[in-house]
Design a protein around this ligand. Structure first.
Ligand code: URA
Ligand code: SF4
Length: 470
């Protein structure tokens, strides 16, 4: 029996590396006992076994990684074992396991992901921040008891919502802190079942001490602002309508208070993230086939969704599909795509490492006799389509984003972005990513003077080559 200890039982990275080591050592699921947190009753964990020469590293479907990431946030202690069993099965001849919806493991993990999703939703809707004055500055603190370990997964949502404020989100398993610039996580706020207010105050003081200047704590103000323990004392029936009723004005009030701290820009893409559909990248692609969020779907042949590795380091965003993309159902396969491929080649970047998509997923055109003339999507159509783009980026979590053309650049940087003045350099996005904009390849096709065109092409290649740097 192998006893495997997990320091952070909801971390994908830790589970993944340990599961992989077990798999490469040929250790069957029944021989493994997964144990959360180290140094418990059973003493030290067994050392992970060495890999066996006759076991090949498995090719794991991207969807499984997405699924595992959701399942690991769940609180059920069986999750590590179930996931390992699935991984084992995937690697031992059941390649298509994930599409067998009736399979017990598949059904169980899907249910877990759903519950985690619902929990995240609840947390987004019901978290109640309280204002605490620290040295004349407002800090917002919320206590919440999610059913699952979702704090790291939900915190970015609060960063987007309350970017210009300092806040702390306390939960039993983990805490999240935003100081206006950096998001950090700390250990859980371990509140005994019904601690006294004093205990809670100590707790807060500890958290503040670690984030803010402890010498400046205003203990009286904090005492006045202690959270009422709604969650346990009020019956659900009374609690929920009140929270629902209060949620919106409360958020608006908080947002209005923001000007005391310079407010960070929220990009169109970040805004769209709140409406981004859920589900894996594959699920998104499927759903997008039937999108009716604007009128572009009607005359077009099909939705042209993004393509590329589900965990690509770089996402490239174009504008909208053209005639050939519409027919093929793939992005950048027509004349602009060919030129893009050539420029990537000249820049020394491999296209199959990139996830390539568009700001708008349907071809917009005007029929002229037999030809369909490209027409730029309207601002409304771009906005309607943005949640798809936001969802792609959310699922892929790329380190970098490259925008081809002004439409993509303005979705990513905001409408004040000026392509020609700001192209060709990595800029910081509010979420910590880096993004760059360059011209659209179809622009190059339209430059009339051959000498100018060549020059523009060389600049385009130079910009694309920046993807190779770190
Ligand atoms: N132009 C784009 O912006 N995207 C495509 O997919 C094709 C042409
Ligand atoms: Fe939906 Fe985008 Fe197509 Fe409009 S263009 S129907 S929003 S996929």
């Amino acid at each position: 029996m192998y006893r495997v200890t997990l320091d952070d039982p909801s971390s994908l990275g830790e589970w993944r590396s340990k599961a992989r080591a077990l798999l490469l050592a040929g250790i069957e699921p029944a021989q493994v006992e997964w144990q959360a947190e180290s140094g418990g009753l059973f003493g030290a964990a067994d050392a992970l076994p060495p890999p066996r020469d006759d076991v090949r590293p498995p090719g794991v479907p991207r969807d499984f990684v997405t699924l595992a990431n959701g399942v690991l946030a769940h609180s059920d202690p069986r999750r590590h074992a179930v996931l390992y069993r699935m991984l084992w099965r995937l690697a031992h001849g059941e390649k298509h396991l994930l599409s067998v919806a009736t399979d017990d493991d598949v059904a169980w993990t899907r249910a877990c992901v759903k519950q985690v999703g619902r929990d995240m939703h609840k947390m987004k809707a019901f978290v109640r921040f309280r204002e605490v004055k620290l040295d004349g500055e407002s800090v917002y603190v919320a206590w919440f008891e999610p059913a699952h370990d979702i704090v790291t997964r939900v915190a970015p949502f609060f960063v987007r919502r309350f970017t210009g404020m300092r806040w702390s989100l306390l939960t039993p398993s983990r805490t999240a802190h935003w100081d206006g610039a950096t998001l950090s996580f700390g250990p859980g706020a371990s509140r005994a079942d019904a601690p006294s207010d004093d205990a809670l105050e100590d707790l807060w003081r500890t958290y503040y001490a670690s984030i803010f200047n402890p010498a400046r704590l205003k203990v009286d103000a904090m005492r006045r602002e202690m959270p009422v323990r709604y969650w346990k004392n009020l019956p659900e029936a009374r609690l929920i309508p009140e929270l629902v009723r209060d949620a919106l004005p409360r958020m608006q009030a908080m947002v209005e208070k923001q000007p005391t701290v310079p407010r960070k820009k929220i990009t169109p893409l970040q805004k769209a993230a709140d409406d981004a559909p859920e589900g894996s990248l594959t699920a998104l692609r499927k759903q997008a086939k039937d999108c009716r969020a604007c009128d572009l779907w009607k005359p077009a042949t099909q939705t042209v969704f993004g393509e590329g590795p589900a965990h690509a380091r770089i996402v490239v965003i174009g504008e909208q599909p053209g005639d050939q993309e519409d027919l093929a159902g793939k992005p950048f396969v027509g004349p602009a795509g060919k030129l893009f491929d050539r420029a990537l080649g000249d820049a020394g970047v491999e296209r199959d490492q990139l996830y390539v998509t568009n700001a708008v997923k349907h071809f917009r055109f005007e029929p002229r006799g037999k030809v369909r003339l490209h027409k730029r999507a309207s601002a409304e159509q771009q906005a309607a389509c943005r949640p798809w783009l936001a969802a792609e980026i959310d699922r892929i979590q790329p380190e970098r984003i490259v925008c081809l053309g002004a439409m993509a650049a303005q979705a990513v940087f905001g409408s004040s972005f000026r392509l020609m003045a700001q192209r060709g350099e990595w800029l910081d996005l509010p979420d910590g990513r880096k993004a760059m904009a360059t011209v659209h390849p179809s622009y190059l096709l339209r430059v009339p003077d051959p000498g100018e065109r060549e020059k523009a092409y060389a600049e385009f290649v130079r910009d694309l080559a920046l993807m190779r740097d770190d």
